[in-house]
Design a protein around this ligand. Sequence first.
Ligand SMILES: [Zn+2]
Length: 66
Amino acid sequence: MTQEAVAWTASGCCPLCDAVVALRDTAEAGEVITCPECRSWLVVRSSDGSRIGFEAAPVVEEDWGQ
Ligand SMILES: [Zn+2]
């Protein structure tokens, strides 16, 4: 039986709340993920092995037709 260790492949910091955002898979630039802390959308800006640079995703303005 194989013990599957949870090995975080890469991690970075949320630019908004400073939480550590870890990913199990390698991230590619342009990938969008959600911060587990503040629920903000983050775009992977750079991926250097285990270090990932995030930036806040541009807010998409939705027309709710108020
Ligand atoms: Zn955050």
